[in-house]
Design a protein around this ligand. Structure first.
Ligand SMILES: C[S@@+](CC[C@H](N)C(=O)[O-])C[C@H]1O[C@@H](n2cnc3c(N)ncnc32)[C@H](O)[C@@H]1O
Length: 264
């Protein structure tokens, strides 16, 4: 989009032949996380692509269907596709993610080519914000090599914002940086800063933290199943591990995020 140009869904008539895609951040689980901008974008879409993901599919797909039904203002179509399998056994993590992303790109290309007519607007509803640990934007770079289309990104409330708000703490301390990372990297590198926000951690990698480190942990943030635990890692690590294992066994999946903060 050129500077000063109106956003796609407010100026549909500007591009009446081009296929468009709206990448809509929907927030981290609470339907009320959807922004007004996100709601307007849903209302502007002719068709939605919903990609189902294994175990989590029923709950996460349900929120997407509910948001579409709540905010669509005219007729729309929903196209469903299964998420390509990712090889989680290989040590070549980056290559496995790149391969999975290419297969995701193929799904998006099919949607654009086969399910949208010229001038129509499609939408992808992305968990949290599309810019945080999400492959959609990178996959669309690959799609652009195969199909002509234009797209716009609508930001969403991240699980990071949901976590800090629910614990009533700031993400940043005055004049201090915060390091955002994955559980895999935390396990390999330890805490690279005094404030570390960790996502995508299947193994409770916080357990080696020093005595002066606090944790603000949250699972299923924004949903009726939300769990919040905070305290010195040394005091609450066992409680978090047990709560996580029980919840994961009960529901079949879990999404959790935490902030580690070294206290003065
Ligand atoms: C693939 S990333 C997607 C992040 C998302 N784009 C965002 O803006 O939050 C998935 C990770 O986000 C975190 N996450 C997403 N939703 C969450 C929620 N409702 N509660 C806790 N953590 C969540 C977890 O760390 C999960 O492993």
């Amino acid at each position: 989009m050129r500077n000063g140009e109106k956003s796609i869904y407010l100026a549909l008539c500007d591009y009446d032949r081009v296929k468009r895609l709206l990448i809509i951040g929907i927030g981290a689980g609470d339907p009320d996380h959807l922004t007004f901008q996100g709601a307007k974008a849903i209302a502007a879409a002719d068709a939605f692509l919903i990609v189902d993901k294994g175990e989590t599919k029923h709950d996460l797909a349900r929120l997407r269907h509910d948001l579409i039904a709540a905010h669509a203002t005219g007729p729309y179509r929903v196209v469903q596709a299964d998420d390509p399998e990712r090889d989680r056994t290989t040590p070549a993590y980056t290559a496995a993610v790149a391969d999975w992303r290419s297969r995701r790109a193929a799904l998006y290309a099919d949607f654009l080519r086969d399910d949208l007519t010229d001038g129509e607007t499609g939408a992808l509803l992305v968990w949290g914000d599309p810019g945080v640990y999400d492959s959609t934007l990178a996959a669309l770079d690959e799609v652009a090599e195969r199909v002509a289309f234009d797209y716009e990104v609508i930001p969403g409330i991240t699980s990071i914002a949901a976590l800090t708000a629910r614990h009533r703490v700031g993400l940043t301390r005055v004049g201090r940086p915060v390091h955002v990372t994955t559980g895999r990297r935390l396990a390999a590198e330890g805490m690279p800063a005094d404030d570390v926000l960790v996502m995508l951690d299947a193994h409770c990698s916080f357990t080696d933290a020093d005595d002066d480190v606090h944790i603000y942990w949250g699972a299923y943030l924004g949903t009726p199943d939300e769990i919040l635990i905070s305290g010195r890692v040394a005091d609450v690590a066992d409680e978090i591990r047990a709560a996580r294992a029980t919840a994961r066994a009960d529901k079949g999946w879990i999404m959790d995020t935490y902030l580690l903060r070294r206290e003065p």
